[in-house]
Write a protein that binds this ligand. Structure first.
Ligand code: F6R
Length: 588
């Protein structure tokens, strides 16, 4: 959600560094942005609504102490005045914030009686005045700590004090990372934004507070005040991985990276898969949990475990699991799937599961993320930084890991590697020029559709859900993924002459029944797009996919990702930044 970047050090172009950092965080989703720099007599702030892409901060003073924020509105509408940073009454303290201050009204009433002046409708502004109030009678860092302890809800924020060139950053809930430079230091909401400057980082835990100046970083527990030693970690991602390179959009780059991601997983993860399979075997009841795309990976996992390893591994949506976990015991295992490792709905369920003493295994892409840190066992997806809001390579990475895991559970890890390698080959063909242009043509043909239906059965059912999600979230065409067998229980009523209906037809036991679904839609006038290993006369448009056994849904989903991408381009939208959505959903 909101992006945060801060710099303190010897360089004097602080505002430019911060703006560049914020641009790296654009993908998280935002509606407005702001930068603050400390000048000798005051803090100078620049805020704007809308895109940051073309923005510049040339009109801001030189400064070696600066921070900025990209906002995704929660309290208070989208406006310059509501954008962060927010200033106190004296203009010497500024704050940027990610989260929701739940008791802001009570705090605001108290501050109003002490004559604090508010200019915005945000909860964040309450925090800066609260700090100002405390700072009248204690050290600045103590004032921030005190204010943090008065706040209810999940709040990560950074306060800037012009008088001592020191940031005080504190977190509960939303992510914050300290970057250690040489005579300079950084703060960010996402470690990837720090890569141009440093690889040495510390991921703040909940309730940790960092005092960050050019001279160094001191850390404390914000509740107890006890000093903590930073746990430095080295980032392994490269700068090139977070750049678009020659691709027009991150999403297209990430779609094309998928064969490489899967090949690495097949080559490097046999040992990890065997180890995690052992943990699953020892558990009494294993449950996969994730949100959105990750939930569909969980559903696919439940089919893979059943089909390959004859093992029942349940699945649930992250936001729902919390309501159905009363049966968990200390023998239960939760397999939590997440690209970011910061999705609040998932973290909430995981924390509740931990209270029930269940063990947590995480399949997560971001090293050092909240999920990564609270899990008992971790398996890193290894998809590299994913910046398009719509998840692509992390999803495919999850499917590759789950395929390996299912085979490992059945004692056939080498075969699992072979199957994932088949998916790599098939995916490369989908991403080759003939199929890509074929899908582009299809996108142009159906770009005016109001509804698209995607059907699948068995393993291709979660693939249908995922393809529909990709289409709706970036092209804004209403799309529904359906279990083909459900068609005649209701949805068939919606199919009209010309409605695009995508049928996923892998070469498995579902083929015949799935084809019957395609025929039912054809009989109602549907325009049938068959994604399959062989053509059929019922198809109005055919996208060929080479078989990859249980992993055939991987190239199928890739074909669906390409269709969603080209539909979006044909309709004139930005696939990397769909409206109303953010990359990492850190609020409930
Ligand atoms: C859709 C999409 C979302 C995420 C979901 C979970 O394309 O990206 O549905 O999959 O918000 O995010 P993570 O995997 O970061 O927990």
């Amino acid at each position: 959600m909101c992006g945060i970047f801060g710099y303190v050090g010897p360089r004097t172009d602080g505002a430019t560094i911060v703006l560049a950092g914020l641009k790296q965080l654009e993908y998280r989703g935002y509606d407005s942005w702001g930068v603050a720099v400390a000048s000798p007599d005051k803090i100078v702030v620049k805020k704007k609504t809308g895109k940051i892409g073309e923005a510049n901060v040339k009109d801001m003073p030189h400064s070696s102490f600066a921070f900025g924020h990209t906002r995704w509105a929660t309290h208070g509408g989208v406006s310059e005045v509501n954008a962060h940073p927010h200033l106190d009454c004296t203009g010497t303290i500024a704050i940027i914030h990610n989260g929701i201050l739940e008791n802001y009204e009570v705090l605001k009433q108290k501050l109003l009686t002490k004559n604090h002046r508010f200019v915005s409708q945000t909860d964040t502004e309450v925090a800066v005045h609260l700090i100002e109030e405390y700072a009248k009678r204690m050290l600045f860092s103590k004032a921030v700590q005190q204010a943090f302890n008065d706040m209810e809800g999940l709040n990560a924020f950074i306060a800037m004090n012009r008088n001592n060139n020191q940031f005080v950053a504190v977190r509960s809930g939303s992510p914050l990372v300290v970057g250690f430079g040489n005579g300079e230091n950084f703060l960010a909401s996402d470690a990837a934004a720090l890569l141009p400057y440093t690889r040495q980082v510390h991921f703040l835990e909940d309730d940790e507070m960092a005092l960050v100046s050019a001279a160094g970083v001191m850390m404390f527990n914000a509740r107890t005040g006890v000093r903590i030693k930073p746990q430095k970690q080295t980032l392994t991602w490269s700068v090139a991985e977070v750049e678009k390179g020659s691709y027009p959009f991150f999403m297209l780059k990430e779609i094309h990276e998928q064969p490489g991601v899967m090949a690495d997983i097949a080559a490097d993860n046999a040992e990890h898969a065997v180890k995690l399979a052992g943990i699953i075997r020892q558990s009494h009841g294993a449950y996969m949990v994730g949100c959105g795309t990750a939930a569909y990976a969980c559903l696919a996992g439940s089919y893979l475990f059943s089909k390959i390893a004859r093992r029942h591994v349940n699945w649930a949506i992250g936001s729902e699991f919390g309501y159905q976990l009363d049966f968990l015991t200390d023998k239960s295992l939760i397999l939590a799937l997440s690209q970011s490792g910061e999705t609040m709905d998932l973290l909430d369920s995981v924390r509740k599961s931990k209270e029930k003493k269940a063990k947590i295994a995480a399949l997560v892409n971001v090293l050092g993320s909240s999920l990564w840190r609270i899990a008992d066992y971790t398996l890193v997806i290894g998809a590299g930084p994913e910046k398009g809001v719509a998840s692509t390579k992390a999803f495919i990475g999850k499917l590759a890991h789950l395929t390996l895991l299912a085979y490992a559970l059945d004692g056939r890890i080498r075969e699992g590697q072979k199957v994932v390698t088949m998916a790599v080959k098939s995916a490369k063909t989908v991403l080759g020029e003939p199929t890509v242009s074929h899908i582009q043509k299809l996108a142009k043909k159906i770009k005016k559709a109001r509804h698209v239906y995607v059907i699948g059965r068995g393993l291709s059912y979660p693939a249908a859900l995922e393809i529909a999600l990709k289409i709706k979230e970036i092209s804004y065409i209403h799309a529904e993924g359906l279990a083909a067998g459900e068609l005649k229980h209701g949805p068939l009523a919606l199919v009209e002459k010309g409605t695009p209906c995508i049928a996923l037809l892998p070469d498995d036991e579902t083929y015949g029944a799935n084809l019957a679904g395609a025929m039912e839609m054809k009989a109602r006038g549907g325009y049938i797009i068959g994604i399959s290993h062989k053509p059929h006369e019922v198809f109005d448009y055919y996208v060929p996919i080479a078989d990859a056994r249980e992993a055939t849904i991987i190239p199928m989903v890739i074909a669906g990702q390409l269709l969603a991408y080209y539909l979006t381009i044909a309709r004139g939208f930005d696939p990397d930044k769909p409206r109303n959505l953010a990359k990492s959903v850190t609020v409930k």
